[in-house]
Design a protein around this ligand. Structure first.
Ligand code: GLN
Length: 453
């Protein structure tokens, strides 16, 4: 965690003196912030040499909301450069080591790209941390570090002040040690923001709240999960799932059954298109977003060394690779053969999710086609935390991309997803399971997650 220069007000100087009443349920709670979320009182580096000396002139909306609620921002956290990675091995400040096995001198990955946020919560350095989740960057570190990691519905939390990786997928996420703390942070940061053009308008927020309220109230009264249907999508049984993950998944299904839920096997036939579609769309958007780093703006000192030299020194290897791939995807010819089919695959996956959920997606024009599931249960990662040495030896990067296969479908669909931690007997490292909900059903998902843990 870094909180070096300019620590002028870790607590807002302008805050009214407390009258003895807490400002909110988060008053006095310590929160760390991923270093791609802007803070005016601490640098925002995105773990890149490109932004090594950059301090934002303003606070991200989520930071402002936390501050106004009385939360104590304790520092900024390491990450994969610009959010690009799954193991937090691509950072200008070095990798993040998973704190769980550290005493054994083992160097396992804390997961990425929000690895620093996860490690700081796992080490009890703070109660909660904000991360960002474009394709799993909150849920995968949560799985590796034994935490709760929540990616809300796209548009629920403002992205104003989140440094863009891939705008149509980027979501602010929350890491905590339990679901109750996660829900408290969510309540503070999930509001409409006029400064984010993709923020869900208040009218739709009310409709979404009404839609999830009936079942939520019933479950709250019952105190168990009777009447809840949990879908288990068969296509998530992929060859790369480790035997431990399979066992945890099986036990998770049984656990939900024991709590009264009904389990149904469901299908999202085109889920195999999610991985290629994600890496085409995310990299195309990234190549466009990162074109603003030209060596003139954002404080990069030497204005002589414009494009070529600045980017060679400013960006790490993985970011350079992704900019090149993304630029290729957007060139004439490839745009039609890669980018447009990827967008079509994304729509198809979104509509297949809508067909398995009982409640319709209020953004969907066709609200008639629907299935039976209230939530879905899938693994959060294909294995427990991998060795950091293994993660840095994958030259092509493809293995790292493949590891996102469990998490990125929720980003493509824009739906909420939460990792909850599990650890079976004899297992050294935790493994997380993910609950996925219909668009906008964040509170409902948090309630089911709370019952499950
Ligand atoms: N591992 C994915 C990627 O590198 C997801 C990263 C993220 O969610 N920020 O694109």
């Amino acid at each position: 965690m870094c909180c070096k220069k300019k620590q002028k007000h870790l607590i807002n100087d302008n805050r009214k003196p407390s009258s003895g009443n807490p400002l909110s349920a988060l008053d006095g709670t310590t929160v760390a912030i991923k270093d791609n979320i802007c803070t005016s009182f601490l640098p925002t580096t995105c773990a890149s040499n490109m932004l090594r000396d950059f301090t934002s002139p303003y606070d991200a909306t989520v930071v402002k909301l936390l501050d106004e609620a009385g939360a104590l921002i304790v520092g900024k956290t390491n990450m994969d450069e610009f959010g690009m990675g799954s193991y937090n091995a691509h950072s200008a400040f070095g990798p993040v080591i998973n704190p769980i096995g550290h005493s054994k001198k083992e160097k396992r990955s804390a997961g990425g790209s929000s690895g620093g946020s996860a490690a700081s919560v796992a080490m009890n350095m703070c109660t909660a941390a904000l991360g960002s989740d474009t394709g799993g960057s909150v849920r995968m570190p949560a799985s590796y570090c034994g935490l709760v990691g929540f990616k809300p519905t796209y548009g629920r939390c403002s992205r104003h002040g989140l440094v863009a990786y891939a705008n149509s997928l980027d979501t602010i996420g929350i890491l905590t040690r339990n679901v109750q703390d996660c829900a408290k942070v969510y309540d503070i940061i999930a509001h409409y923001d006029v400064q984010d053009p993709t923020s869900i308008p208040n009218e739709l927020r009310h409709q979404l709240d009404d839609q999830q309220q009936t079942l939520l109230s019933r479950l709250q009264q019952q105190g168990n999960l009777e009447g809840l249907t949990v879908g288990v999508p068969q296509e998530f049984y992929v060859d790369s799932l480790s035997p431990q993950v399979l066992e945890v998944w099986r036990n998770g299904i049984q656990h939900l059954k024991d709590l009264g839920a009904t389990i149904k096997s469901v299908s999202i036939p085109h889920i195999s298109l999610a991985l290629p579609a994600y890496y085409i769309i995310a990299l195309a958007e990234a190549s466009s977003n990162l074109s603003r780093y030209d060596g003139i703006r954002y404080d990069q000192a030497d204005h002589q060394l414009l494009y070529e030299a600045t980017r060679t020194h400013g960006f790490g290897h993985e970011v350079q690779r992704r900019i090149l791939l993304g630029t290729h995807v957007l060139t004439a010819g490839t745009f039609e053969t890669l980018f447009l089919p990827a967008q079509k695959a994304r729509r198809l996956i979104q509509s297949e999710f809508n067909q398995v959920f009982l409640q319709p997606n209020l953004l969907d024009n066709d609200t008639t086609k629907h299935g039976e599931a209230d939530v879905l249960l899938v693994p959060s990662a294909t294995s427990a935390a991998p060795d950091l040495d293994r993660t840095s030896s994958t030259e092509s990067g493809v293995d790292e991309y493949i590891d996102d296969v469990m998490t990125l479908p929720a980003n493509l669909a824009g739906i909420p997803a939460i990792t909850v931690p599990f650890k079976e007997k004899g297992q050294d490292y935790p493994i997380g399971l993910q609950l996925l909900g219909q668009y906008g059903h964040d509170k409902f998902l948090l309630h089911v997650a709370e019952q499950m843990t």
